[in-house]
Design a binder for this molecule. Structure first.
Ligand code: HEM
Length: 417
């Protein structure tokens, strides 16, 4: 098992997690757990370096901040310099260290904005990905990178019933910051955006959160457990087959990366809340409290769709049945790794609750995995019943860059080579 996979698996527990603090003291607990942390060390950090980036198979931290950027420069060298700078910054931020030593030069604006001082890093991960428009925008090869465009990377299409808003959709680069402290996520995005000025600017930003102290699988805002039948994060075989890209997957430079799909899905909370308890369970295809399938007893029981071809137990247009019909090999090949967050914002301009799911998933092939599922969910002939309670307003498709394995190397290096 490589170091990244190991850290991803164990970041929630003690083993493998690097403990440090903002003053620069660090202690690493060895995989076997043999290193004992001293009492003054409280801050858990995840190493930036590894064959894959973090924030994919890392157990979901409680908060996320996803920010998309438009690249404003037309000079590829400036873009390359930004990637170098972001690489160093991300490694520093994830290590829980300040971006500039104190005291900073009083004659200039602070290099590090400072709101994270004294806070735990909260297992911060920062994940970088690029969109199709970086390679080709309206037919223009902006940076001479068109030939490097990954075969499966397109702009996110408009699916049936989508109400995408331009200012919440697409982007040349996306950064996902996740931590157990929302201030830490904000601080990371803010400082990365500050460093990018003149080269790239923020296009959209979306925060998300999960229940902080929850027992078991966390819930979405429809009140259901979300993630029950997600693949196990330590299932290396699954990640190899369905998540991580290999050199033959459409762009050799992207090996070790993955494709990320983001969908900002507004939930019609007020309408949902008027549905009966049993209708809600029918729509999802699971029991509300336990998360068990409708024909099962425990959360992890598998539904037996093959014994229910009329959909008497689990409706044919329920969310889980359409998402995963359990049709053998083909369903297994389609499976994605979901890593979404709830968003809860102020009321919209007509007084409705502005909340929903910041759906994020990772997969090796957007077309044969995410899109294949999504097209079933939005098929006008038999749409997902849940579609009546959601409006997708933003998001995009992005290629997560391979990890950076050593100091001196940088994000997207293979792209510029
Ligand atoms: C607001 C939007 C959505 C909500 C509230 C939602 C909710 C849920 C819930 C409650 C489950 C059952 C528990 C679980 O196994 O995780 C589930 C499963 C699933 N969802 Fe969604 N979901 C949403 C959007 C989507 C989208 C856009 C996709 C992908 C195109 C998707 C794909 C899946 C998949 C693949 C499963 C697992 C099915 C299985 O293997 O049993 N979901 N979702």
């Amino acid at each position: 098992m490589n170091r990244r996979a190991f850290l991803g698996m164990t970041a929630a527990g003690a083993a493998g997690v690097v403990l440090g603090d903002l003053l620069g003291k660090t202690k690493q607990i060895l995989p076997g757990g043999s290193q004992v942390a001293t009492a003054d060390v409280a801050n858990e950090t995840i190493s930036f370096y590894g064959a894959h980036q973090t924030g994919v198979v890392t157990p979901a931290q409680n908060f996320a901040n996803i920010a998309a950027f438009d690249v404003t420069t037309s000079d590829v060298k400036e873009l390359q310099e930004l990637m170098k700078q972001w690489t160093e910054m991300a490694a520093t931020l994830m290590a829980g260290k300040p971006l500039a030593a104190e005291p900073q030069d009083a004659k200039f604006p602070p290099t590090d904005t400072g709101e994270q001082i004294g806070l735990d890093t909260g297992k911060l991960t920062i994940t970088f990905a690029v969109g199709a428009t970086l390679f080709d925008k309206e037919g223009v090869d902006r940076f001479g990178l068109r030939a490097k465009k990954p075969a499966g990377l397109t702009e996110m299409p408009i699916f049936h019933k989508d109400t995408l808003q331009e200012q919440l959709t697409h982007g040349d680069i996306v950064i996902q910051a996740c931590s157990d402290d929302p201030m830490i996520c904000f601080h990371a995005i803010r400082n990365l955006a500050k460093a990018a000025r003149g080269v790239a600017h923020l296009r959209w930003q979306q925060t998300g959160q999960l229940g902080v102290k929850s027992q078991g699988t966390k819930r979405n805002l429809f009140g259901f457990k979300d993630g029950t039948n997600n693949p196990a994060l330590n299932d290396e075989n699954f990640m190899k087959n369905n998540v991580w890209l290999e050199s033959g997957d459409g762009a050799a430079w992207l090996a070790g990366g993955t494709y990320m799909v983001v969908r900002r899905i507004h939930m019609r909370i007020e309408t949902w809340d008027q549905q009966t308890y049993s209708d809600q369970e029918t729509i999802i295809g699971r029991q509300k409290v336990s998360g068990a399938p409708l024909d099962g007893h425990a959360e992890m029981d598998q539904p037996k769709f093959s014994e229910d071809d009329q959909g008497k137990m689990t409706a044919l247009d329920s969310h889980i049945r359409l998402s995963n019909p359990r049709a053998g090999e083909s369903s297994e090949r389609e499976r994605i790794l979901r890593r979404g967050y709830n968003f809860m914002e102020n009321l919209d301009d007509v007084g409705r609750i502005n909340a929903g799911l910041l759906f994020v998933c990772f997969n090796r092939n957007i077309q044969t995995q995410f899109e294949s599922i999504q097209k079933r969910l939005t098929n006008p002939k038999l749409p997902d019943q849940m579609l009546a309670y959601t409006d997708t307003t933003g998001g995009g498709y992005f290629a997560v860059l391979p990890g950076v394995t050593a100091k001196g190397s940088y994000l997207g290096q293979g792209l510029f080579a």
